[in-house]
Design a protein around this ligand. Structure first.
Ligand code: CIZ
Length: 301
């Protein structure tokens, strides 16, 4: 039976012509009430194409900003305005400009996990799923890759281009507990270990595959393995169990994002009742950021 809070959310959603989008790292009760669950890019594309005028984005700030960048005429709500991203916070416009001055021939490829004003200073955005494709599409053999050093290193090893990599990291993935991964591999010797490229290179060496969340979902669909150890934010386990109820999953590396867990059912309810907090960007920043996001979508379809 549905609890009162959930039915109120669903009623308000109808009343306000809203759609609820949840990132795969969100807690189970949020994934359960969402209209769509996915990675930041998939969700932003849905945000841009939906008929709904109100988007409740259950994730962190940069994701809701990206949805707003792609769909400025819709009201994008982030139910917890303090749900930030320490990776996005480790880059600022003046520091990026200094790096760009140091390497004037390089073009900047920016991971979407970054603030909108920094996107506005970049040539193209990318996600973990399409970073290599975007890098290869950029009309320069010299790349500034920011802000995640692990993803940058991972991609640089697959490309012949020259990379200048920003020294930032996702606080949760960068300190992935390798010992925990090894223990789980001993417990489930038949399992495949999948790790996110935001984890350190030592984790990639242990893994059967290094993939973003969308890539993990596709990989599992094609794999013959029955059990998987998942080296990314632990919310992904619930997502995978929902998609593949006949497979077994366990989290590896103790990767937990506190910001992702700041969204609650009560905050979604309040946000729908009051239609706030609304994500707003100054139009010039939004337009420049849009150009970088659009180059990504053009390069990757
Ligand atoms: O882009 C995203 O949604 C994040 C944060 C991770 C991923 O690999 O999908």
């Amino acid at each position: 039976m549905q609890n009162k809070q959930v039915s109120e959310i669903l009623n308000l959603k109808e009343e306000k012509n809203a759609v609820i989008l949840a990132h795969s790292y969100q807690p189970p009760e949020i994934q359960d009430i969402a209209d769509h669950v996915g990675d930041s890019l998939q969700l932003s594309r849905i945000a841009a194409s939906t008929e709904s005028g109100v988007i409740v984005f259950c994730g962190v700030r940069f994701m809701a900003e990206t949805a707003h960048i792609l769909s400025p005429d819709k009201t994008v709500l982030l139910p917890e305005p303090d749900a930030g991203c320490p990776l996005a916070d480790c880059i600022e416009v003046p520091a990026l400009r200094s790096m760009q001055e140091l390497y004037p021939d390089a073009l900047t490829v920016l991971y979407v996990n970054s603030p909108a004003d920094v996107k506005a200073e970049s040539y193209a955005c990318c996600t973990s799923a399409n970073a290599l494709e975007v890098v290869e599409s950029v009309p320069s053999d010299e790349i500034i890759f920011a802000p995640d050093r692990n993803l940058g290193t991972f991609i640089s090893r697959k490309s012949d281009k020259t990379f200048h990599i920003w020294n930032g990291a996702c606080r949760s993935h960068a300190i992935a507990d390798l010992q925990d991964m090894k223990v789980r591999m001993k417990e489930w010797p038949d399992a495949e270990l999948l790790v996110h490229p935001e984890t350190p290179p030592e984790a990639w060496e242990l893994a059967h595959a290094v993939l973003g969340t969308g890539g993990m979902i596709r990989y599992i669909g094609e794999s013959n393995a029955e059990r998987f150890i998942i080296g990314t934010e632990e919310g992904m386990i619930y997502r995978l169990k929902t998609l593949y109820p006949d497979r077994e999953f366990t989290a590896g590396g103790n990767i937990y994002c506190i910001n992702m867990k700041m969204i609650t059912l009560q905050k979604i309810l309040d946000s729908l009742r009051e239609l706030k907090p609304v994500i707003e960007l100054d139009p010039q920043t939004r337009e420049k950021a849009y150009a970088a996001v659009a180059r990504m979508t053009k390069a990757t379809g």
